[in-house]
Ligand binder design. Structure first.
Ligand SMILES: [Zn+2]
Length: 1033
């Protein structure tokens, strides 16, 4: 029959082959129908429900009752444990025997008290292999336990994946039986599938596609599904095709197994632990069967979880890490958000991650691995380089809604000029399946054709875990070197990046941030998480500084190494790329807020201890300043002489002083005017508050400049409709700007709360809707160059966005935003698509709009979303998305922002320092009445900020200090200290001392040179007395 000429009908030939392996049509006579041979029911199947996630030992003691396949169990987030007893028929001798298990919850098979296999229908894993080839001496009677989580790979969204979880979902097991698995049929099915896909992908324009078509057609001709002896002939036809080799110039796909597991997202942190267990044990099973299989795995936190929950699995992983096949990558604690964490937090991600990998595996990651994050800070290249990393892999910019990013392989140059070799897998995915389509896309979509001839192909189910399957490995194995397709090699990140580096002569460079033109709502969603992050970053900063200074002042003080590490790790965990952006379900929000509470509570105790050790004993009140400049501020203090308990204090940099009542040069005055407006003045600023709480005027007295734009009002609240296209918690779309509505309804007009002296304030209430209100206190302090807006919002909206606007009298094409250890400019105009795609951007503590010699800065204490269009500066305050958390941001919010007009540049006006002051309040301490003001450190250049002081890792009693150049200038600076520093060495962010770079100590202090935005870390070693004790300061 097959000697008849083949008619020129591509369509029928192709569909004929398709139907031959269809799992829907003709399974009575096609090849697919022969995949499973005989089947046999289980001996017994019993189950027991648990509302909690329990250990195997606990599950073993449950009472099990008979279970019938098809029975439902639940609800969502519970666990159903199954006890499975089975008897393999003697007659299956020589066969491959599987337990077939199909359930709609993610499952883990336990055998002999150990986890042995993850099963998930969504992740195409429904078989546990009992025997590859049944021998008489193998056990035929086996008892297994199957732990079924009542959630899918993507949680349990009600109606759509990202909808809030359905709390009452029921689950079931649809299949549980023994089958004979026909491996030869599976092999042939894979041959067919790959050839059919080649026909489809190469299309009608390529001769190679027709060769595949005729091969597959001939295979159908020779293959008789009912006669296994015919299979080898078909298989050898496929083999001949796959073995026709590529030319030397062909693109190489570096295949690496991967399993992206979100540390929390549509499921809580606790479930992630089990996802890691299920996914990684499956990887180990695949490694046992496939000697060239390599798996890349990020996030030290997940390794830590597996180590404590699945110690047996962890030691197997350690073995494969040693063999170089299970490869820890990324070097960070979690795959964190790339925008919102502070600079120090980002460094700690690497410090904790790299140290963990080194400690557990003796591994140092050479690549940063962040495939799924919503944008990448321009400081990341420097932070990577300082953490011993010079390669970077991601792909998320392929999600850009407006502009196509022009490169796949390129050098990324950061804010300070540091460069890292960067690769975006051109297949635009970190969860490929080993399909022909993905390989072709990897070649065709590569935007660096002729420049970079190597790409990563990361395969394995991801996001919710799952990981690679045997089928994916089989697919890739077939086409390692097949003419018409890229070459495929099992590879490692090291091999890929060395190859890219070796051929890097023609690569382009991208300078500055990698801005994701999507998910810009995530700068604002879940305001409590953002606030928790900012406040806890400040708290840990203060604890470390107070603890470090206490260490030098008080020989008995014990630096709380372990507790601090624990709190840092909680903070770093919450910086995961679906937690801090607010794109997670309500259960995760509750977990995250609880972790912030833990940090606040335990952190307050640590700070209390450190400050207690730092101050001299006594009953007077003092003030501690954790920032590296002298501060002269109004504070609330028990020693405040003022009727409001206020005092004006002067505290030296990184030090303390007793509260002494100093008098301001000019006091604040607040005056109600005849027209109902209120005038506030402090000798620096003068402002007029309208009857609706907006500012009619904001006047910088010395500069003789009005800051508010003509016939406009500052502090104008605005509501927008906020309905994105799909990703509710993530996205605010450009069109929301067309729905601008000022908040105008006054409930309580401004009234004077404090008429002046050290502090003047005015309070008012606005109605946003019948469900939501804003109450605000406008505060002006003596000696302070900014006005604070302490704000409380009762918020019960749906798909609305609240912002506050300041139209200012400044004209400039660019606005400046603070980022990690520096700042950058973004346009205020919308010339090109790259400009208008940034209609909503992120920044940290401040943003500034300046023209020559004058500008206005907007400061905040827990916000991250901004926009500056033309001369209107806008701070994003609250959103109200409904998925995946239906209650996102509902409730009462407190936050503070401030406006600061200034003469000169923002650098010269100390905007950076004032934004720090707003975020790091002076802290009260107990001290002796005769306490002298004391400063541990100061820096003689306003451009250089001493950000961090901590005890060095593994070097008790030595300190690490971290400074950065904040103005964008090259400067020479001296770090002055009253501590008995004997030696100072440059070190990297992993605190590895550079023996070639001692820092020069002069009579003034430690001399340092900075280039723009450079971060410098120093290791300080102190003078010891003859007994080897550190000398106290
Ligand atoms: Zn992710």
């Amino acid at each position: 029959m097959h000697h008849q000429p083949v008619l020129k009908n591509r369509l029928t030939l192709l569909e004929r082959a398709d139907k031959f392996i269809s799992d829907i049509y003709f399974t009575d006579c096609n090849l697919r129908g022969r995949l499973h041979g005989s089947s046999c029911p289980l001996e017994s199947l019993t189950s027991s429900l648990s509302s909690k996630r329990i250990t195997f030992t606990e599950a073993f003691q449950l009472t099990f009752a008979p279970y019938t396949v098809g029975d439902t169990f639940g609800p969502t987030w519970w666990t159903c444990w199954f006890k499975v007893t089975l008897n393999i028929p003697e007659s299956w001798r020589g066969k491959e025997v599987h337990l077939l298990w199909e359930s709609d919850g993610e499952a883990m098979v336990w055998r002999d008290e150990q986890p042995v296999q993850g099963l998930t229908k969504e992740g195409e894993k429904t078989s546990y292999i009992l025997s590859d080839c049944l021998r008489d001496e193998e056990p035929h009677s086996v008892t297994l336990y199957v732990e079924v989580a009542c959630n899918g790979l993507f949680g349990a969204g009600q109606g759509s994946m990202i909808a809030a979880p359905d709390p009452n979902r029921k689950f079931s097991v649809q299949k549980a039986e023994l089958v004979v698995f026909n491996r030869d049929v599976q092999e042939l099915l894979t041959d067919f599938e790959m050839l059919i896909d080649i026909v489809k992908e190469l299309g009608e324009g390529e001769q190679r596609g027709y060769q595949a078509l005729f091969t597959v057609n001939e295979m159908v001709n020779v293959c008789d599904p009912s006669d296994p002896s015919s299979f080898s002939k078909a298989h050898s036809l496929a083999h001949t095709f796959f073995s026709q080799r590529n030319g030397d110039s062909q693109h190489t796909a570096h295949a690496m197994g991967h399993c992206h597991i979100d540390s929390a997202w549509l499921w809580p942190y606790e479930e992630t632990i089990r996802k890691c267990g299920r996914s990684w044990v499956t990887v180990i099973r695949l490694m046992e069967k496939n000697s060239d299989f390599v798996f890349t795995c990020s996030q030290a936190q997940q390794f830590q979880w597996v180590k404590s929950w699945y110690p047996g699995l962890f030691s197997q992983i350690q073995q494969y890490v040693k063999e170089g096949r299970f490869i820890p990558v990324g070097g960070t604690w979690v795959e964190m958000d790339g925008n919102l964490p502070s600079g120090e937090s980002m460094i700690r991600q690497f410090l904790e991650g790299q140290r963990f990998f080194n400690h557990e595996f003796g591994i140092h990651c050479k690549e940063f691995w962040l495939p799924d994050t919503f944008g990448y800070s321009a400081q990341l290249p420097q932070i990577m380089q300082g953490s011993g990393i010079s390669n970077f892999l991601t792909q998320k910019l392929s999600w850009n809604l407006v502009n196509t990013f022009p490169h796949n392989t390129f050098f990324w140059e950061g804010l300070d000029g540091s460069k890292v070799l960067t690769h975006f897998p051109p297949g635009n995915s970190y969860g490929m399946m080993g399909k022909v389509e993905e390989l072709m896309k990897t070649v065709k979509n590569n935007k660096d054709k002729g420049r970079a001839n190597h790409s990563a192909v990361l395969f394995g189910f991801g996001d919710g875990g799952g990981g690679p399957t045997q089928l994916m490995l089989d697919r890739l194995h077939r086409v390692q070197d097949t003419d018409g397709l890229p070459k495929v090699q099992s590879s490692t990140p090291d091999k890929l990046f060395s190859q890219l580096q070796a051929d890097s002569a023609l690569l382009c460079t991208w300078t500055g941030e990698l801005f994701l033109e999507l998910h810009n709502g995530s700068y604002t969603t879940q305001a409590q998480i953002k606030r928790g992050n900012r406040q806890c970053e400040a708290l840990l900063h203060d604890i470390e500084i107070a603890g470090s200074l206490a260490l030098c002042r008080n020989r008995t003080f014990q630096y709380p190494v372990e507790k601090l590490q624990e709190l840092w790790r909680l903070l770093l965990l919450n910086q995961f790329h679906d937690v801090i952006p607010g794109s997670c379900i309500e259960m995760v929000v509750e977990d995250a807020l609880r972790y912030y509470e833990d940090i606040r509570r335990d952190g307050a105790a640590l700070l209390h201890d450190a400050l207690g050790a730092l101050g001299s004993k006594g009953n007077s009140t003092g003030v501690f300043n954790s920032l590296p400049w002298e501060r002269h501020e109004v504070i609330q203090s028990p020693a405040g002489a003022d009727r409001l308990g206020l005092a004006l204090v002067r505290v030296p940099s990184l030090g303390l002083s007793p509260v002494e009542d100093t008098q301001p040069l000019v006091t604040v005055s607040v005056t109600s005017q005849a027209d109902g407006t209120i005038l506030m003045e402090n000798g620096i600023l003068q402002t007029v508050v309208n009857t609706d709480g907006t500012l009619a005027s904001l006047y910088l007295i010395n500069a003789n400049r009005e800051a508010i734009s003509d016939s406009c009002h500052g502090n104008q609240f605005i509501m927008f409709d906020d309905v994105p296209l799909y990703w509710d918690a993530w996205d605010v779309m450009d069109y929301h700007l067309q729905t601008r509505k000022p908040v105008l309804e006054v409930v309580q007009p401004p009234r004077v709360v404090s008429s002046g002296g050290l502090r003047g304030s005015v309070s008012f209430t606005l109605r946003i809707s019948d469900k939501s209100t804003i109450t605000q206190e406008i505060v002006m302090d003596a000696m302070c160059p900014y006005i604070k807006f302490n704000t409380e919002v009762k918020w019960a909206e749906s798909h609305k966005f609240l912002k506050v606007e300041f139209p200012v009298r400044v004209h400039s094409p660019d606005a400046t935003y603070e980022i990690q250890f520096g700042h950058l400019q973004r346009p205020t105009h919308r010339n090109t698509s790259w400009d208008w795609a940034r209609f909503e951007v992120w920044g940290h503590k401040w943003a500034d709009l300046s023209e020559h010699n004058f500008g206005v800065a907007l400061l905040n204490d827990c916000k991250y979303g901004y926009s500056v269009h033309k001369n209107t500066m806008t701070l994003s305050l609250l959103r109200a998305p409904k998925a995946p958390d239906v209650n996102a941001d509902m409730g009462t919010h407190h936050f503070t922002y401030a406006v600061m007009p200034h003469a000169g540049s923002f650098q010269d006006a100390s905007v950076i320092q004032y934004a720090y002051n707003l975020n790091f309040p002076l802290r009260s301490i107990q001290c002796a009445a005769d306490t002298e003001p004391w400063s541990a450190f100061s820096v003689n250049s306003a451009a250089v900020i001493l950000e961090t002081i901590k005890q060095a890792e593994d070097r008790k009693g030595s300190l690490v200090v971290r400074l950065y150049e904040s103005h964008g200038s090259s400067v020479t600076a001296t770090l002055c200290t009253t501590l008995p520093v004997q030696e100072a060495w440059h070190c990297d962010f992993l605190e590895r001392q550079d023996p070639t770079r001692p820092a020069r100590i002069t009579s003034e202090g430690i001399a340092l040179n900075f280039s723009p935005f450079q971060i410098v870390s120093l290791l300080l070693i102190f003078v010891k007395d003859t007994a080897g004790n550190q000398i106290s300061a």
